[in-house]
Design a protein around this ligand. Structure first.
Ligand code: ADP
Ligand code: MG
Length: 429
């Protein structure tokens, strides 16, 4: 029987505790829940209808922090104090990110190459964990504001290729934000769950999850057997996404619009913003026109598609490699799921479906799929969804180093967790 708490101070009945699902994205983040009445996974929306929170953190001179839509404009006006893509730094040392240093407009500390990176803002230093915690705190406050109830428990998603250190860092960020992080789950697993794939308890299904976000591309091949999700392979490109589509349009305009000297440099950010608008409009309409000052800029969907064609081909090459690593052909893939805002581009949908030679799943909002799946997992953990039993496995074998430098495996990889084992050892020296 369910227990119902009573708030002694107010005398009101307490709602059963809400566990939220969080997609902590490189570009955008969001929170979803299982709606208490409709029982459907639902992304939390502001009054203005927006569910996504840009993963941007701005610090002003007084140390005040702003996150999300309020922080985004500072990317242009105050770039050194505005942190974006903090997720790329999670669990990384300076050595890891050195070759992409130019990508970040803010200062990354490079005095100790091997230790974990820190970001310098003014005379303060922030770890990627603290930066992610700021985003998670904003999400928590927002969720509490919308739901009008405290929100303390969460399931947070991470890319399938995140290693143990990066997963721990994400968990720690959640803890700093005041969450009890019940589970860290893989983004492609969450996306599959959102489509109801893998919720049936018997049989085996292979799913390819194609995730094209703002700055990153991931392809994962999953095998789900009796409710256990196993990542067979992952591939991708950590510097390929919708932002590159925007850049293609900007370059095209600069090359063809006959702009006066200096215009492009002076209006760099306006061009980028207009290009993103054009791209999003072209997902619906055949042509786009807009202007900056008295200059008109136009582009057709056909032109846009030919500009991004080489980038889309690169994603398909990665899909090919992922299939090879997974040891399966296109025929062995049962489902293809599209995730990420950039999969709204019709040419992407068409080319991915042509590559896999099947219709692909893209009817859910691609910005929300991962968060919706996290909410489903949260609901399962809350014990509300008795029909399904979602099992997780350890991706690596766990063991102990014994005499002679050998590893004595205690828990083999792909063991269903939680799992407990005990073995007795004696000292050899
Ligand atoms: P991430 O997973 O990296 O946080 P998202 O999945 O939120 O990113 O994807 C963000 C990207 O999706 C941005 O580049 C944005 O411009 C793009 N995007 C959003 N809506 C559309 C649309 N209608 N058409 C094309 N691209 C879109
Ligand atoms: Mg994403």
């Amino acid at each position: 029987m369910a227990k119902i708490g009573i708030n002694i101070a107010t005398g009101s009945l307490q709602q059963p505790e809400m566990i939220v699902g969080i997609d902590l994205g490189t570009t955008n983040s969001l929170v979803a829940i299982i709606h208490p009445e409709t029982k459907l996974p639902t992304a939390l929306k502001e009054f203005d209808g927006s569910s996504i929170v840009p993963s941007v953190v701005h610090f002003d001179a007084f140390g005040n922090v702003e996150v999300g839509a309020a922080a985004k404009p500072y990317l242009e006006t105050d770039p050194t104090n505005t942190i974006f893509s903090a997720k790329r730094l999670m669990g990384k040392s300076y050595n890891d990110i050195q070759t992409h240093q130019d990508f970040f407009a803010y200062k990354i500390i490079d005095d100790n190459n091997d230790s974990l990176v820190k970001v310098q803002v003014g005379n303060q230093f922030y770890s990627p964990i603290e930066l992610s915690a700021h985003i998670l705190t904003a999400l928590k406050n927002r969720a509490e504001h919308i739901l009008k109830t405290p929100v303390n428990k969460a399931v947070i998603t991470v890319p399938a290729y995140f290693n143990d250190g990066q997963r721990k860092a994400t968990r720690e960020a959640g803890r700093l934000a005041g969450f009890d992080v019940l589970r860290i789950i893989n983004e492609p697993t969450a996306a599959s769950l959102a489509y109801g794939i893998g919720l049936q308890r018997s049989g085996s299904t292979r799913v390819a999850v194609y995730d094209l976000g703002g700055g990153t591309f991931d392809i994962s091949v999953l095998e789900i057997t009796d409710g256990v999700f196993e990542v067979l392979s992952t591939h991708g490109d950590t510097h390929l996404g919708g932002d590159d589509f925007d850049q293609c349009i900007v370059k095209h305009w600069i090359a063809t619009a006959g702009l006066p000297a200096g215009f492009a440099t002076e209006h760099q950010s306006a061009l980028r913003v207009l290009a993103e608008q054009a791209k999003c409009a072209l997902s619906q309409l055949p042509v786009f026109t807009g202007n900056i000052d008295e200059f008109q800029f136009g582009i057709s969907r056909a032109e846009f598609e030919s500009l991004i064609h080489p980038l889309v081909i690169r994603t398909l090459d990665a899909c090919q490699r992922a299939l090879i690593d997974a040891g399966c052909g296109i025929q062995q893939i049962d489902e293809v799921v599209l995730v990420g805002g950039s999969t709204r581009v019709p040419a992407v949908i068409n080319q991915v479906s042509a590559f896999f030679n099947r219709s692909v799943r893209h009817n859910l909002d691609p910005d929300q799929v991962v968060a919706l799946g996290a909410a489903i997992q949260a609901d399962i953990l809350a014990g509300n969804n008795q029909a399904t039993l979602l099992l997780d496995v350890t991706p690596l074998s766990l063991g102990i180093e014994t005499a002679g430098g050998l590893m004595d495996v205690l828990i083999p990889r792909n063991t269903k967790i939680p799992f407990k084992v005990a073995r007795e050892y004696t000292t050899s020296v």
